[in-house]
Design a protein around this ligand. Structure first.
Ligand SMILES: *Cc1c(COP(=O)(O)O)cnc(C)c1O
Length: 478
């Protein structure tokens, strides 16, 4: 399988080549040249398989430059009961008739990002080892992404992680989670500023191409194709659990921010998985809901981006959206470039006409928004009727899902975090502390390791250079 850029200028590349890359050199996103198809016989065969086995089968449709035995070993080491707390890895929990929660948040950091990031950590370590290279992963986080990345990359050979976070802005739980990691390859850098300041520092370093090349700077953000691919697996596994017979339609509801999670659902659907609806749920930051309602995609300014009680969905633009648009416009790279360069990058928007919008309809996505009050009511209702405590993001998903339930079509709501991670709002809704997995008792009392970083690009570069350990001794740092 080869991978091409949505903007058409990049050479087709193999999986291993794009694994460690971010954007394609032309500024587009990588996608496979075509989507392999899942027929009924294949799905039937996968039905009796464990999660890791399905993952292996699916990944090998897209990865042909890692020997099958190595890939199997990587996948089996990733999706274990020890890491995910249940043999089924992503069990479905029924709520009312035909509505299910798919539990994606039982991994190390209690959010669905572990599903992909844990695999990415093993893939990175494998690929770097094979090449005899090292990598410095640089990122900015306001919570979930940073911790998922750190828990996936801690202790990995050849990888350093430099994670910037805004001082005092993450929840106490998230801070404790990240800062209690004492692995020498994890560097928590706390910036006196807001998330955007952290992101600006990361961008400034990445824009220094000489520095980036010399110190082998990489990222693990949600545009990474391997992350997206890993997420396709739980759509298939969720489907196989909920569908009575292979071939029956099932819908998924997805709490959405950067369009990464739901893009994996889109890929599953393009592969022929019988998905009737992909229900896209946003919070008050409704960039995506607005697009599906009006045909206009309009990027927000910082001032227009709300701080909500489902903070991992607080986005001003959706970084994976270009992948979906590329498929909608018939995989036309020139058209995609026009929409995202002349449109999004210059005008901060584009609008689809009637014909384009009719085309969008064919992809099965319906969208809705949810507010703080909706989240509280949904958390309360789910607790009162089912004795189940859900988190604020999952509440956004369930709230919007309820308006799109159809008779005879199972609705699977993706649980993207556990309530324990966002306990303040949960307490506001139901008056009790959400349950926390026993292994995380006393997390806040553990010793912490982090360092203050001034808002200064040069200081950040110095710090990275000082800790960079090239595998080959030919680079004089600084
Ligand atoms: C990251 C995240 C989301 C949004 O996922 P996208 O892939 O960005 O759409 C939703 N909920 C939680 C809890 C998250 O951490």
């Amino acid at each position: 399988m080869k991978y091409i850029s949505t903007r058409g200028d990049a050479q087709p590349r193999s999986f291993s080549e794009i694994l460690l890359a971010g954007l394609a050199p032309d500024g587009g996103l990588y996608l496979p040249v075509s989507y392999p198809q899942l027929d009924a016989a294949t799905l039937e065969r996968w039905r009796g398989m464990r999660y890791a086995e399905v993952a292996c089968e699916l990944l090998s449709m897209y990865i042909d430059d890692i020997p099958p035995a190595d890939l199997r070993d990587l996948v089996e080491r990733t999706y274990t009961v020890e890491a995910f707390g249940d043999e089924r890895i992503t069990p479905l929990q029924p709520l009312d008739e035909g509505v299910y929660l798919e539990q994606l948040s039982n991994g190390p950091t209690l959010a669905f990002k572990d599903m992909a990031m844990q695999l990415l950590g093993n893939l990175f370590e494998y690929e770097l080892g094979r090449r005899g290279e090292t990598l410095n992963v640089l990122g900015a986080t306001s919570g979930d992404t940073g911790s998922a990345a750190e828990y996936a990359l801690r202790g990995k050979r050849g990888i350093n992680v430099f994670m910037l976070s805004p001082a005092g802005r993450m929840s106490p739980f998230q801070q404790a989670q990240m800062f209690s990691l004492l692995d020498p390859n994890i560097h928590n850098l706390v910036v006196d500023g807001v998330f955007d300041d952290c992101q600006d520092l990361v961008k400034a370093v990445s824009n220094d191409l000489a520095f980036k090349r010399r110190h082998r700077i990489g990222t693990v953000n949600s545009i990474n194709w391997a992350r997206l691919l890993a997420q396709v697996v739980y759509y298939v596994v969720g489907y196989l659990q909920a569908a009575r017979r292979v071939g029956d339609p099932v819908s998924f509801a997805v709490p959405s921010g950067n369009f990464g999670n739901i893009c994996a659902g889109h890929v599953a659907r393009m592969m022929g998985l019988p998905i009737r609806r992909l229900v896209l749920a946003t919070n008050e930051n409704n960039v995506l809901e607005e697009f599906f309602r009006t045909g206009t995609y309009r990027v927000r300014s910082g001032a227009e981006t709300h701080e909500t009680s489902s903070p991992s969905m607080d986005i001003s633009k959706a970084s994976n959206f270009e992948r979906f648009v590329y498929d909608v416009v018939g995989r036309d790279p020139a058209r995609t470039r026009e929409l995202f360069v002349a449109g999004v990058e210059r005008e901060r928007r584009f609008s689809f006409d009637e014909a384009d919008r009719a085309e969008v309809e064919r992809f099965g996505i319906v969208a809705g928004t949810s507010t703080h009050a909706d989240r509280l009511a949904t958390i309360r209702d789910t607790w009162e009727r089912f004795g189940r405590v859900i988190d604020t993001h999952t509440a956004d998903g369930l709230y919007v899902a309820r308006r799109h339930v159809e008779p005879g079509v199972p609705m699977i709501v993706l649980e993207t975090a556990l309530a324990a991670k966002f306990s303040a709002t949960v307490v506001e809704a139901i008056g009790i502390e959400p349950p926390r997995p026993p292994r995380l008792a006393g997390l806040e009392a553990l010793p912490r390791r982090f360092e203050a970083l001034p808002r200064d690009v040069e200081a950040l570069k110095r710090l990275i250079a000082a800790r960079d350990e090239p595998a080959t001794a030919d680079v004089g740092t600084r």
